[in-house]
Write a protein that binds this ligand. Structure first.
Ligand code: NOJ
Length: 703
């Protein structure tokens, strides 16, 4: 390969969806492919059009190296699954695996073999719109869901299935600490200690890499002053040297160019030298590596070894994906719409993601005998409940509205509808046995660059709820949103509140499944819901302070709290109700009947928790395991999630869930930039139960 051809492999240019070559807008990309000066194209899809462009690269360029096509398939290609934050709320990684498998099959048959997913940016910031795209505030939960997605897209960690039908390459993003943006403002500064970086932001990436994630995307933010796109500590030292990552790192959209605006690079040449020198392998959209690479090599500002390494990484993935064997896709096998099986998976998973936040007097499930039901609110009849980052399917296939879902589930009831007008909603409620109020956020209010300073229900929706409540008739509230919301006083008065998130293509049917109890709700919050914006950041896995609130002395002034807010969040991480009741035992340590409260180095201990369905309906519960290192050389979070399992139990049934705890669960990374993981001797509290506030506790001593 010539130097120019090598540099070309490091370049990714954009396209315009399902259009073919020959158009004016894509002329530059097409010309680069023809000249053999292009490695990858994003935002193209469709079997015929990808084949046409591929044919130019393979048949008209000197070396015929196939292009790698990439696309943001975040929660569905044709079949839109719930947003990723919702998927995390299922506390069931199979939900994400099914999304990834369906998405991979649809994507690959449309000529695309690489998705820019999963996102695993742990965040404490509900204002940040991209909270919708990840798995919330906990590193462990993010890691489990990242692994499920990587495996669903790619198959086994050794990459042996990457070339096969129904498989695409994953991209672990955004590397790293993007969720730490100050004030939740997108792209904003992140100043993070090494221990916070390693304990909080890096673990999901490590798990994704161990699961075989083929690529990583750099983040738009700085990491302690150094932009992630030019950060040798994160990209080279941690990712490639420590973890042995042998895939490639792609920039985010114009991320190399943005090193100039960051005040890190003086010009484009500088930006290319700094980013590629720091371990970046592919430049998305801006073209500095191609424009300046030769001069940088001549000037000794970039080494040919680094360029060769980056090229090798990219070509290795092209081989693994089978592009050198067959660069084209079979146009006759193209999936062009959601299949019935894919829709069934989307419906089933969406229901598993919903979280019953409140249910006074068993207001839910709705009686199948209700003669009249009003479905009201601005989202009652919305066919756009796909959420942020829908794929091509979100533009082509409307989601089932909640109104239609209720109609289908209650064919004998008179179902009326009113939109966003409070008077009309109240009138409809007045004439119905029960009212379903559907409120929330449009998809555009979450996702990239969709940051809100006020995360209450927008635009008069609280007034609409109040108007319905004032009728004195029964009602329930369904929330459709992409982030935690500040729930106003209406929440405490509402008989029932169901968090449905943005549920995807089968939204209305999945909501109706829960409303009528065909499916029991069993999801849990993957993020804390704050009482007020002024309380943010509020998250369950915070560090201890020297002056925590003592519930026994609520009037104590000199403690870490707000004068004008009750202590703690509105709703804690891990919270979620069901239609039945469960009891959970205290966690028991040790195998069999032998209790073990001590752990020697290198050992593991089993924690057993017994769950019983004490109610009258079958239902799901998520058993959650948390640990706390009581005294450590670096103050540890008051609780850290280290295990969970969603179980389904018939009335009266009991099951014992077993978790293994080892050093990995009990230790922590220090501030040593070279990476030191410590397991310190002493006492650990072990909590198990059904939310992050579970009181049931035992202790363990590490020897
Ligand atoms: C910008 C986003 O930050 C990233 O997540 C996405 O994959 C790229 N654009 C490509 O669309």
């Amino acid at each position: 390969m010539t130097v120019e051809e090598k540099l070309g492999q490091l370049q990714q240019l954009t396209w315009t969806g399902d259009t073919g070559p020959g158009g004016g807008q894509t002329a530059e990309t097409e010309a680069a492919a023809r000249a053999g000066l292009l490695g990858s194209v994003l935002n193209i899809h469709g079997a015929r059009h990808t084949n046409e462009l591929q044919r130019i690269a393979v048949e008209e360029s000197r070396l015929g190296i196939p292009l790698l096509f990439g696309l943001d398939v975040i929660h569905g290609f044709w079949t839109t699954f719930p947003i990723p934050l919702a998927q995390a709320a299922s506390f069931d990684p199979e939900v994400s695996r099914r999304d990834a498998e369906v998405s991979a099959a649809e994507t690959r048959t449309n000529g695309v073999r690489w998705t820019f997913s999963p996102m695993m940016d742990v965040t404490h910031e509900p204002r940040w719109g991209r909270i919708a795209e990840g798995s919330g505030e906990d590193p462990y939960l993010n890691a489990v869901f990242a692994v499920a997605k990587v495996e669903g897209y790619q198959g086994p960690a050794d990459g042996t299935e990457l070339g096969g039908d129904g498989r695409i390459a994953a991209c672990a993003k955004h590397f790293v600490a993007y969720g730490g943006a100050e004030g939740g403002r997108d792209y904003n500064t992140v100043d993070v200690s090494e221990q916070r970086l390693r304990n909080h932001y890096l673990p999901p990436f490590k798990s994704a890499i161990d699961a075989g994630a083929a690529t990583v995307m750099a983040a738009f933010n700085t990491v302690s002053g150094v932009p992630a796109h030019g950060n040798a500590h994160t990209m080279q030292t941690v990712l490639k040297d420590e973890w042995g990552f042998d895939g490639f790192v792609v920039s985010d959209y114009t991320g190399v160019q943005e090193l100039i605006a960051h005040g890190f690079a003086e010009d484009g040449a500088d930006a290319a030298a700094l980013s590629f020198g720091a371990g970046l392998d592919m430049e998305m959209v801006s073209t500095h590596v191609v424009d300046h690479g030769k001069a940088l090599l001549d000037a000794g500002r970039l080494t040919i070894e680094r360029v060769d390494d980056a090229v090798t990484r990219i070509l290795r993935l092209k081989y693994a994906l089978g592009l050198f064997d067959d660069p084209y896709c079979d146009e006759s096998a193209e999936i062009t719409e959601p299949t019935a099986a894919a829709r069934a998976a989307a419906r089933d998973t969406a229901a598993r993601c919903m979280v019953l936040l409140r249910n006074e007097g068993a207001a839910l499930p709705l009686a199948a005998t209700a003669a009249s039901i009003a479905v009201v609110g601005p989202f009652a009849d919305s066919a756009d409940l796909h959420g942020t980052w829908g794929g091509p399917g979100a533009r082509r296939y409307p989601s089932v509205s909640i109104l239609d879902g209720v109609r289908a589930a209650a064919p004998d009831a008179v179902v009326s509808h009113a939109g966003a007008d409070p008077d009309e909603a109240a009138a409809a409620a007045g004439g119905a046995d029960v009212t379903v109020i559907v409120v929330g956020e449009e998809a555009e209010l979450s996702g990239e660059a969709a940051v809100r300073s006020d995360i209450g229900l927008p635009r008069g929706q609280e007034e609409l709820i109040a108007a319905v409540a004032a009728t004195g008739k029964p009602y329930v509230v369904v929330l459709v949103n992409g982030r935690p919301l500040v729930l106003g006083d209406w929440f405490d008065a509402a008989p029932a509140v169901l968090e449905a998130w943005h549920p995807g293509i089968e939204a209305g049917h999945a909501v109706a499944d829960i409303l009528f109890g065909t499916v029991a709700p069993g999801g849990k919050l993957p993020v804390t819901f704050p009482r007020a914006v002024g309380q943010i950041p509020v998250y369950y896995n915070h560090e201890s302070t020297g002056r925590p609130v003592d519930p026994a002395h609520p009037d104590e002034k000199y403690v870490s709290t707000y004068l004008d807010l009750a202590d703690g969040p509105r709703l804690p991480f891990g919270h979620g109700l069901g239609y039945t009741t469960f009891s959970t035992s205290e966690p028991a340590l040790g195998r069999d009947e032998i209790s073990r409260a001590e752990l020697a180095r290198g050992e593991q201990v089993t924690v057993r928790v017994t769950v019983t369905n004490t109610g009258e309906r079958a239902g799901d519960e998520v058993v959650q395991l948390y640990v706390h290192d009581v005294a450590a050389s670096i103050a540890q979070p008051v609780r850290r999630l280290r295990g969970f399992e969603r179980v389904t139990l018939e009335p009266g049934a009991t099951v014992t869930v077993a978790f293994e705890l080892g050093e990995e669960d009990l230790g922590f990374w220090t501030n040593d930039p070279a990476g030191t993981f410590l397991v310190e001797r002493g006492r650990f509290d072990v909590y198990a139960g059904t939310s992050s506030t579970a009181p049931a506790r035992t202790t363990l001593r590490v020897l």
